[in-house]
Design a protein around this ligand. Sequence first.
Ligand code: KIV
Length: 299
Amino acid sequence: MTNGSYYDKLKHDEDNKIHTKKITVSDIISMKEKQKKISVLTAYDFCTAKICDKAGIDILLVGDSAGMVMMGHKNTINVTMEEMTIFCKSVSNGVSRAMIVTDMPFGSYQINSDMAVKNAIHLIKSGSDAIKLEGGIEISKTIKEIIRAGIPVMGHIGLKPQTSTLWEGYKVQGTTKSAALKLLEEAKMLEEAGIFSLVLEMTSSEVSEIITNNIKIPTIGIGSGNSCDGQVLVLHDMLGLYDLLKPKFVKKYADVGKIIYDAVSKYNEEVKNNDFPSIEHSFIMKENELAKLKDIVLK
Ligand code: KIV
């Protein structure tokens, strides 16, 4: 708000409008039934979450990719519950419409179901609407226990960054008949366990289509073709902020990295040249007060 006029207030309220209709699990499921595509982006902080929410993104995923794009780790393995909690709280402060799904970090759900349920409850209390965990048959008991505690779960199969890095690296999944059948079986088993949607990461387009057509819950693809019911990208990849990995499936929608670089360079130059701050960005004393002051200090 610039000068506090009625018009400015209205404009301010409009810019900060609270979209009260929060997206629920049943909205997401019915989008598949109505053949409406689901938009998902990762988010980790208040400001960008607020922008994504305003832009109409359906689900904001507080991904453990935060470990890489926010913290500079080489992979997602070292991300902790404490860190995910901070990202989750920050996103939740910026969102009024989008559903928030938070990744359970590596180590927070593998040890036993009790620990998994406790950690899932903690993320919900931190502002998330649902949680996501990576894996198939090996975590179906855990998924059932978390759902039994009343928490919606999003599944994640195909490339599973938390463990794929330990076994085989980042590779396209489901490229042979047997691998494809295994993915389909896992998807059906996870649906049976009660998940409300399923991320398919780097699975061949054909397998994604088969899985999408053979389960009732929505599939959310990342590098998995356009047959999925929704799409997710890592925000920092699509904005051109993270340049250490350049997966084929990422479309760069903006070069925000360059915008920031140009702005910061200009600021640096202006500070060094004493061009910033100008009068416009400074506070000036009243003339009569200044005159009185000068009388004293310049005597
Ligand atoms: O952590 C993350 O960003 C994710 C997406 C890649 C789906 O899990």
